[in-house]
Design a protein around this ligand. Structure first.
Ligand SMILES: Nc1ncnc2c1ncn2[C@@H]1O[C@H](COP(=O)(O)OP(=O)(O)OP(=O)(O)O)[C@@H](O)[C@H]1O
Length: 981
């Protein structure tokens, strides 16, 4: 029969912080335990569950659910449940069934182990104390979760990650321009949420072509173990919901969006965070939602945190941009019209911020600027700041501070940045130049024939649209596609690449650039495939293909063949959609074999190379046929909007304005000059608007440099922490990991035969891994892991020590000339214990805090006189059997000393609690005030955010108030004769 009965109280061996658990139910296979204090329920297999039954003995103090306490005198068992009998503080006798014990009670596992003679190694005790100390520091560090990833510290990314990850249930659109690191930002946010306990489960949906890239980035840069789910794997788990097969699930959008059954399974899971990459593909109109949009909409409705990523939020038009914002906050984004009106209001705010910048020193009397600011602010605290700024009595520091605060308030309260973050290259800076190389080729006669017939015969266009599956006017841009579509025509028997001069032009180009790598992008995958064949047949050049028709493995293999520096191919040919989001910044030559119709798509293409990490100027090559639709489109791009020199972010609006007329002008030159001229004029206007209005606000909001600098500083401090290498050495040694210096700041970590099992990345009998503590060294090499306090190995070692019993008892000998032999001392380490739901991340205010108490045999407190390390280095180890005997002989005195120690430690608790309350209130009150002020102006603050923050403050308050102390570890020290051995 099972040893479990409903109502019994147990604690988790591995997660003691969950508090006292109650058995809810059990059968012959599993037992389910509710940990009320932390609002967690766990189900364990009944075979060797990591649980310990809680049973108190005579003399133990216990607490009832109502809060009163009693000392246990006796106990009895009724139907498998214990009933304790004892006396409360008023001398009244009570019977307390275990079911009515307080959920927040703590346990002195160390005490029980010591008194039953179980002692660990002395160095384990040392490590335990140090672990508590470092854990305490790190959990409160403002850079927690951002310091571990293997990334360069780039301010706009750090700002976004810090801002977003500190929110309750962040729901934002990450819309930095192409290649500025949205994946990295999403990774940082996820990493921080996971490390702080604010998220445990995430679903990441990315285009098919990017699954592997995401998997690798999350593993290499963030050390996150992600499960890549596909149909094959899902079928292998037919019995269960495949989305439950890991905490972090990565899946292809194409696969999920086309599969209603899998969508139902994904929706049946509890996710804390949903990440959707390349979100501009989620199509929506007021009349109809595409399957991708509908799927994400359903998932987003039941998931607290949502990150949508797109470099081109407006590529599909304003409506569809609005639709994506609607996914994030359906209450706020109900009306497209209202949204448009609000957007217009941002111009005034941006002007006010500019006026504020000017308003300093002697310029304070400028009444236009004052009026401009005054027209925007409409609350007393902002007005007070403006008054301080204008007051002639204010000193320069006061004015500077008022100006900075007012700027923040204007951005916060009136900007758009709460839901959308968009950094542009202009703002971030440091990107390479772009050089455009244009070639005009003669139009080959088969193409000329097709174009002539198009001009003559209107039905011919319809025929082409049906045959190619392309839309108008896209179809007329791709002459080779039209030619292929008419393969039945006997005149079209020859493969297009045989006569298309772009093929030989490309072959010559490959020779001209020497050994440099060249990326070719063509719109259609059949063009890419034909071109690869043409290069092979006509030039003997092997060019791997990369398009949406290939399997993932084939695509990744092609990308790897291209990336390989030594033996890789010189050229790779991609289709448009197939290559979106991919990283090819190791290459600087981009050939656009044709041109895409939409400016955002053009920017996506260039963005494959023009990304963070690109070391060179970008060389762009385009060949067009004289007097062809492609040549006309090129003129529109180049002359109408400078599309090749740098991204400007207004292409989408220009396309909306001129797309239709341009379509007509592509076949017929008449009117093109005029369109270009008008485009150019609107381009200038849009640039000015961009700089004045919404985009300017977005940019100002997307990176607040002071805050980014603070985060970077906090990360630097953790990077340079001198305690880390010392701690690492000690921990590796104790856990049985061999560490070998390799020079150049690298080390090889390998499992020794004695290694404790289950350490991440290390398996006995297998190779280990190369690592470094230096960020720069790690960044320079893909195969080197970066060790930090956040590395899974360190976290696992620290976690195991803190949640297990390892090193919580020890006995050591002390030879000291001034202390007679045979005396006993106890070194007690108490730890604060404060059960609260994990998502509150209570550790930022009150991480487990150690209180050390050193008592001599008489019970005198020596803690202040003798430090931990001072004592530790003079101690000697002793055999376990001897230790057990020594403890047995001093049993009663040890019990007494434990009680004295508890009283001593309790004295320190109130000040710890008070300080934590203070920190918590300071932080949450400020955040709440900010949010409340914001919500009065900025509808982007969700009502549930405010409520959640208020609830969080109340729950944290109660949890901190209920902080208790628990004996975490105890070391008995016995003095010996200085001459003894
Ligand atoms: N902080 C960083 N440290 C090191 N590498 C970075 C950093 N930020 C970005 N990168 C690299 O720059 C490239 C672009 O980053 P990422 O893929 O995140 O950009 P993106 O904005 O998602 O691009 P796209 O718009 O094409 O989807 C990637 O190769 C990425 O690894």
């Amino acid at each position: 029969m099972s040893e479990f009965s409903p109502g019994q109280r147990w604690i988790s061996d591995g997660e003691a912080e969950l508090g006292l658990g109650t058995v809810l139910n059990c059968d012959f296979r599993t037992v389910t335990v509710l940990f009320s204090a932390s609002q967690e329920t766990r189900t364990y297999s009944v075979r060797q569950p990591p649980l310990t039954r809680v049973a108190f003995g005579s003399g133990d103090r216990i607490q009832s659910a109502e809060g009163w306490q009693m000392i246990v005198d006796d106990s009895k068992e009724i139907d498998g449940l214990i009933v304790y009998i004892g006396e409360d503080d008023q001398g009244q006798i009570h019977e307390l069934p275990e079911a009515r014990l307080a959920d927040t009670m703590q346990f002195d596992q160390a005490r029980d182990r010591l008194l039953t003679g179980q002692v660990d190694r002395n160095d384990w005790f040392d490590l335990r104390f140090r672990t508590l100390h470092h854990h305490h520091r790190i959990e409160q560090n403002p850079a927690l979760g951002l310091a571990g990833p293997k990334i360069d510290l780039i301010p706009h990314q750090l700002y976004i990650a810090d801002e977003v990850a500190s929110r309750h249930a962040p729901r934002v659109l990450l819309a930095d321009e192409v290649g500025l690191g949205k994946t990295i930002e999403a990774g940082l946010i996820l990493h921080r949420l996971l490390l702080t306990g604010r998220a445990e489960r995430a679903l990441i949906l990315v285009p098919d072509s990017l699954t592997h890239q995401w998997l690798v980035e999350l593993l290499r840069r963030f050390a996150l173990d992600v499960t890549l789910l596909d149909e094959h794997q899902s079928q292998a788990q037919a019995e269960t919901n495949p989305f439950e097969s890991g905490q972090l699930i990565l899946a292809s959008q194409q696969w999920l969006f086309a599969n209603p059954h899998r969508q139902t399974q994904a929706q049946a899971c509890d996710w804390d965070l949903l990440i959707v990459d390349e979100a501009h593909h989620l199509d929506w109109t007021p009349e109809h939602s595409g399957p991708g949009y509908a799927c994400v909409e359903r998932l987003a409705a039941t998931t607290a945190g949502v990150l949508l990523l797109t470099a081109t939020p407006e590529q599909m038009g304003m409506e569809s941009h609005f639709a994506r914002l609607r996914l994030l906050d359906p209450d706020r984004y109900q009306s497209l019209e209202r949204f448009k009106t609000e957007e217009q209001g941002y111009v005034r705010v941006a002007e006010a911020i500019d006026a504020l910048e000017r308003l300093s020193g002697d310029n304070r009397s400028n009444s236009d600027d004052r009026d401009c600011i005054g027209a925007v602010i409409d609350d007393s605290d902002s007005q007070a700041l403006l008054d301080t700024l204008l007051d002639s009595e204010s000193g320069p520091p006061q004015r500077e501070s008022a100006k900075a605060q007012l700027r923040e308030q204007l951005l916060d309260r009136h900007g758009t940045g709460r839901v959308m973050f968009r950094n542009s290259r202009r703002h971030v800076g440091g990107f390479p130049e772009r050089h455009l190389h244009l070639t005009t080729l003669e139009l080959p006669s088969p193409y000329r024939r097709v174009l002539r017939r198009l001009a003559r015969d209107e039905d011919y266009l319809d025929e082409l649209l049906i045959e190619t599956g392309l839309d108008h006017p896209e179809v007329i841009l791709h002459l080779d596609t039209m030619y292929r579509a008419l393969a039945d025509d006997p005149l079209n028997a020859e493969p297009w690449w045989q006569f298309d001069p772009r093929v030989t032009w490309l072959l010559e180009l490959l020779t001209d650039v020497g050994h440099d790598k060249v990326l070719v992008i063509a719109h259609h995958r059949d063009t890419a495939a034909g071109l690869a064949e043409g290069l092979r047949v006509l030039g003997g050049v092997h060019a791997p293909l990369f398009h949406e028709g290939m399997t993932l493995v084939e695509r990744d293999r092609a990308a790897a063949a291209f990336a390989d520096e030594e033996e890789g191919c010189q050229v790779m040919i991609c289709s448009e959609i197939g290559s979106e989001g991919r990283n090819f910044q190791f290459c600087r030559h981009l050939v656009m074999f044709d041109l895409p119709l939409h400016p955002d798509q053009l920017e996506q293409r260039i963005g494959r190379l023009d990304r963070i990490g690109q070391q060179h100027a970008i060389e762009l090559y385009i060949a067009t046929f004289e007097d062809s639709p492609g040549a006309r489109l090129l003129r529109w791009y180049d002359e109408g909007m400078d599309a090749f020199s740098a991204p400007h972010g207004v292409g989408s609006e220009l396309y909306d304005a001129f797309g239709d007329v341009l379509a007509d002008a592509l076949l017929d030159t008449n009117g093109l000059d005029e369109i270009i001229e008008e485009t150019r004029a609107l381009f200038a206007t849009k640039l000015a608007e961009r700089d004045a209005g919404r985009n300017r606000l977005l940019e100002l909001n997307a990176c607040r440099h002071d805050r980014a600098e603070e985060v970077a500083q906090a990360i630097h401090e953790l990077d340079d922490d001198p305690a880390l290498p010392r701690y690492l050495d000690q921990a590796l040694d104790i856990f049985g990991v061999d560490s070998q210096e390799l020079g150049s700041d690298l080390m090889l970590l390998q499992p020794s035969p004695q290694m404790l099992d289950g350490l991440p990345g290390l398996v006995k009998g297998e190779e280990g891994f190369t690592a470094t503590l230096l960020r720069s060294r790690a960044l320079a090499r893909d195969d080197v892991q970066r060790l930090s306090w956040e590395h899974p190995l360190l976290r696992e070692m620290m976690g195991r020590i803190l949640s297990g019993t390892m090193g919580n008892t020890a006995l050591a000998l002390l030879k000291h000339p001034a202390i007679p032999p045979g005396r006993v001392m106890v070194e007690l380490v108490f730890r604060t214990y404060c059960p609260a739901p994990k998502r509150l991340h209570i550790n930022r205010f009150l991480p487990p805090t150690a209180i050390r108490v050193l008592l001599d045999e008489s019970g005198a407190n020596l803690s202040d006189k003798v430090s931990f390390s001072g004592l530790s280095k003079n101690l000697q180890k002793v055999k376990k059997a001897v230790a057990r005997d020594l403890i047995k002989t001093r049993h009663d005195r040890l019990r007494e000393l434990l009680s004295v120690g508890e009283t001593e430690a309790e004295r320190e608790l109130p000040s710890i609690v008070e300080a934590a309350q203070f920190r918590m209130r300071n932080s949450l009150n400020a955040e709440l005030a900010r949010l409340q002020a914001l919500s009065r102006h900025n509808p982007a603050v969700r009502e549930d955010e405010l409520q959640a923050l208020q609830d969080e403050r109340t729950t944290l308050d109660t949890a901190i108030e209920n902080t208790r102390l628990r004996l975490d570890a105890v070391r008995v020290i016995v003095t010996v004769d200085k001459d003894s051995r």
